[in-house]
Structure formats: C-alpha cells, structure tokens
Design a protein around this ligand. Structure first.
Ligand code: ADP
Ligand code: MG
Length: 258
C-alpha cells in the first residue's frame, strides 16, 4: 500500500543552523510514528514544515501522492492533516459542545456564526464525537472551567471533527501528570486505530513513546539517526549514546527496573 505521507530530503536552515537536515521517511495508513530527539534536534521545525507554518529550504512532502511542501496551513488542513493539543484552539467563552460544532461547521465549510440557527447545527454529530472522547457528560460546560486533561480530550474531539487522515501531535501530553499522560495517549491511540488515522507525534515522556508507538524515529542535530521498532530503538547504540549524553531516554526504564 502506498504511504499516506512521504517525506524526501526535507531540510530547513536558520542562517548557519541546519535545523532539519536531509530528512526522509514514509508514514503508512494507521501507523503511530513517534519522532524523538534531544531539545533543539529539529522536531518542531520538522512539524511546522509538515503543517505549512514554515517553508522548507529544500525537499518534498507528499500527502497521498500530492506535494504539499510550502502550501498554506489552511490548505493542508483542508486536505485532512490535523494538529491536536493546541490549547488556544478552543474558545474559552463557548461551551464544550459549541466548540465541536464550530469545528464541524468549519469542516463542512459553513460560515462561522453563533446565531440560534448555528446552535442547532451539527449538534448530534458534535455530541457523538464528545461521547467518543468521554466528554459527553460535560457538553454544556464552558471551556474556561475545564480541567487540563478534559481540555485535551476536547481538543482531540475538535481535531476529529475535521475527519483527518493524518494527525500531527507536538508533545501532546506536555504539562500533564504521568498517570493522566498514559490515559490520554491510550485513548488517543485507541480512537485513531479504530478510524485508521495515521499519527506522527513528538514526546518527551519515553514511557508514553515506548508504550504507544508502532515505530520510532530519532532526530539529532537535524538528522535522522535511527528509524525502527520500539525494541530496535531501545537497543540502538547510537541512540543510547545521544540520550545518555542528555541522560533521559532510559531513565524511566532504569527506575522501573531498580
Ligand atoms: P526541537 O523541537 O527538537 O526542540 P526545534 O525544531 O525547535 O527543535 O529547533 C531546532 C533548531 O533550530 C534549534 O537549534 C533552534 O534553536 C533552531 N530554531 C528553531 N526555530 C528557529 C527560528 N524560528 N529561528 C532561528 N532558529 C530556530
Ligand atoms: Mg519542539
């Protein structure tokens, strides 16, 4: 089967810094792919190019065979690439269900408007999506009063409203307590697996990475130094060296084994 996403020789410089340096990889349908690497490795730069926020210096990004490198973010989003867990994406003054309705209206290209008419639009569909993420009982609450973890579940529902084929998640569990992180990623992985949505995510927490990835890629100084299964990455000497320098990759494992 041809890949959903196909990245070739992707590079981005900032002056003399090669933030992303000749990166190539494929992402298959339904695959959960983690992109890890120390701070400053180029993960966010890579994401920003895939989403259209940054133009590549060179290289191609093909989404289902179409080159999207350098396209406007809005256009890429319309083609089915979603981005989750940006807190600002939700409107604090609206209710939970209204936020999802807005996303559905936008997906179906209706005009944004909060008239009484709009209140009824896509309400059933919005409630069904909230049910999927376990937020149905909070549908009438205002977003401003939601707990952090609930806001993240709402953002997942908002992302799903666009019916994405690919989701990009840059540190989805940042700022969450460890137990909450695992629960959120488990929920996310289950939903995406059911729907056959492909995922590329970055994550600091190696417990989350090892528990939920089908495949892991390691970026260091802009270059991909490894690409493999969880076991392959764990046992890769070059990866261990990079992380033992920074001291984080296997710490959780060592603690667990101690
Ligand atoms: P990561 O997300 O892996 O921590 P980034 O992609 O944020 O890494 O950064 C990669 C490198 O590019 C770093 O050296 C960073 O300082 C540099 N960089 C990122 N964005 C910019 C920018 N807008 N201007 C200049 N340098 C940048
Ligand atoms: Mg980053």
């Amino acid at each position: 089967m041809s890949p959903i996403l196909s990245v070739r020789n992707l590079s981005r410089n900032f002056g003399a810094i090669k933030a992303v340096d000749d990166v190539s990889f494929d992402l298959a349908k339904g695959e959960l792919l983690a992109l890890i690497g120390p701070n400053g490795a180029g993960k966010s730069t890579c994401f920003n190019m895939l989403m259209g926020q940054l133009k590549p210096s060179s290289g191609t990004v093909q989404l289902m065979g179409k080159n999207i490198a350098g396209m406007q973010p809005r256009k890429i989003w319309r083609m089915g690439v979603g981005r989750t867990f940006q807190i600002t994406a939700t409107y604090a003054s609206m209710t939970v269900v209204e936020n999802v309705q807005m996303a559905l209206m936008s997906h179906h290209k209706r005009l944004y408007s909060l008239t009484t008419f709009a209140h009824k639009l896509y309400r059933e569909e919005a409630l069904a999506l909230l049910d999927t993420v376990g937020m149905a009982d909070q549908s009438e609450r205002h977003c401003a009063v939601l707990a952090y973890g609930d806001l993240k579940r709402l953002e997942l529902a908002v992302a799903l409203a666009n019916d994405p084929i690919l989701l990009l998640m840059d540190e989805p569990t940042a700022g969450m307590a460890p137990r909450e992180r695992i629960a959120l990623m488990q929920l996310t992985a289950d939903i995406l697996e059911q729907r056959g949505i492909s995922v590329l995510f970055t994550e600091h927490d190696m417990d989350v990475v090892f528990a939920h990835s089908h495949r892991i890629m390691v970026l260091n100084r802009g270059q991909l130094i490894a690409d493999g299964t969880v076991d392959e990455i764990r046992n890769n000497p070059q990866v261990q060296e990079v992380y033992l320098g920074g001291g984080t990759l296997f710490k959780a494992q060592e603690d667990a084994n101690a």
